[in-house]
Design a binder for this molecule. Structure first.
Ligand code: APR
Ligand code: PHB
Length: 389
């Protein structure tokens, strides 16, 4: 088989890139190691920046998002027994859209299947080759046979644990990492959310987040020790701990109910540089990971896709290599600003082993400054709604 672009991974990065390429008449084959339903079953955050919303519209998959998504004009920060709203739209003229990543993936998959473009699920042993030259190709195994796809470019959209970054010669890669000494215990429950907007709470007992998937499905998180176990958290214990970390006016609005999803996830900041090696480009989680405190994971994948799509379109349409050659530097300039914001939100809102009484007061002073300074609130708001592409 031959195609113009082989995309490794059918997550948001791979599917969005594939759709934009298809819409521009550029042929791409997606190789996904998991089964289709497994990809769809993954529960992920759903705060979309305006730039991501615009890109999904450009890809032609925005209809259900606009019909079912929840536009949010603000968030609240909770500390010292009080809630403080940050008016994202008042401060920046922009808002975010609450729309689950699972729904984004579903919409992209449906559009791709309708277009007849090729996605190969359950592709085993995917391996990029020859990307340091002009004739790259990708091999994979399926139904007991090894297959080869010759192409012009390879997009490594295969996430943090994928094969693409691991296929780059180690001495060609620089990585930067910060692991956080705690995790997030998250639940989903079919109960109305405690507030019409998200609440990020700093508390001496630890961080808590009140989010949602819809007006009848809530998503909550509490910071927990890295070695904590889901089995140690009954629903009753979770609801009690969540309420203890919220100001009374928010705690009183929490409606408890049986959880149907309960997981613990670690938090990490990670960046691999550069994001391009000859004809192989790394996209999204394959190149960088952010702690979810800034809700940037999916949105960074979207801006990477935007930059790589522009480079590939210019290569095929205008026979110009400039945008493609600039992909890594353009993407990393935005990635690092989002990595910084996510790190800043995480350090300001979480209880660290060495926070102590002094550290708690410093965090509360920083939060107090942010909510009472228009300049500081605007700085938080413009990062949260998404810096320009
Ligand atoms: N071969 C083929 N596919 C692979 C391989 C491989 N060796 N390794 C991983 N994959 C697939 C995974 O099964 C997954 O479907 O690549 C896809 C990667 O998707 P994501 O991990 O979701 O990464 P990305 O598309 O960049 O989306 C980033 O998703 O994980 C969240 O928080 C993250 O919101 C962010 C967004
Ligand atoms: C979520 O709804 O899962 C969510 C929202 C905002 C975040 C992280 C997660 O910052």
């Amino acid at each position: 088989m031959r195609t113009q672009v082989v995309i490794i991974g059918a997550g948001p990065s791979g599917l969005l890139l594939g759709q934009l390429l298809a819409n521009s008449g550029i042929d791409a084959v997606i190789l996904e190691r998991a089964e289709r339903d497994y990809v769809l079953g993954r529960v992920r955050a759903g705060v979309l920046e305006q730039g991501t919303v615009d890109l999904l519209d450009e890809a032609g998959v925005g209809a259900r998002m606009h019909a079912e998504g929840l536009p949010h004009d603000g968030i609240s920060l909770a500390y010292g027994h009080e809630l403080h709203r940050i008016g994202l739209h008042d401060l920046t003229g922009r808002r975010v859209m609450i729309y689950g990543q699972t729904e984004v993936t579903h919409d992209l998959m449906s559009e791709r299947e309708a277009s007849g473009a090729t996605t190969i699920y359950s592709a085993g042993q995917v391996q990029p080759h020859g990307f340091d030259g002009a004739s790259p190709y990708v091999t994979y195994e399926k139904d007991g046979t090894t297959h080869r796809i010759d192409c012009d470019f390879i997009a490594g959209c295969d996430g943090f644990h994928g094969i693409s970054r691991k296929s780059v010669p180690p001495d060609a890669l620089r990585t930067y990492e910060r692991a956080y000494p705690f995790g997030w215990l998250g639940i989903l429950a079919e109960v109305p959310p405690a507030d019409h907007e998200l609440i990020y709470a700093n508390h001496p007992r630890g961080f808590a987040l009140c989010s949602m998937r819809s007006e009848c499905r809530s998503r909550y998180y509490v910071q927990c020790p890295l070695d904590d176990k889901v089995e140690a958290w009954s629903d009753e214990r979770f609801w009690d701990e969540l309420r203890r970390r919220l100001p009374a006016e928010a705690a009183d609005r929490v409606i408890a109910g049986p959880s149907f999803e309960k997981t613990i996830a670690p938090l990490r900041s990670f960046v691999a540089e550069p994001m391009q090696f000859g004809r192989l480009s790394l996209v999204g989680d394959a190149a960088h990971i952010v702690p979810p405190t800034g809700a940037k994971g999916l949105n960074l994948a979207a801006s990477d896709v935007r930059y790589l799509f522009e480079g590939l379109r210019e290569h095929y349409r205008d026979r110009s290599p400039a945008a493609l050659q600039a992909y890594s530097s353009r993407a990393l300039a935005r990635v690092w600003k989002a990595v910084r914001f996510s790190w800043w939100m995480t350090t300001m809102l979480h209880r660290f082993p060495d926070t102590g009484a002094f550290g708690q007061r410093i965090q509360e002073a920083e939060l107090d400054y942010v909510v009472h300074s228009r300049a500081a609130s605007t700085a938080l708001a413009e990062n949260y709604v998404g810096l320009p592409y």
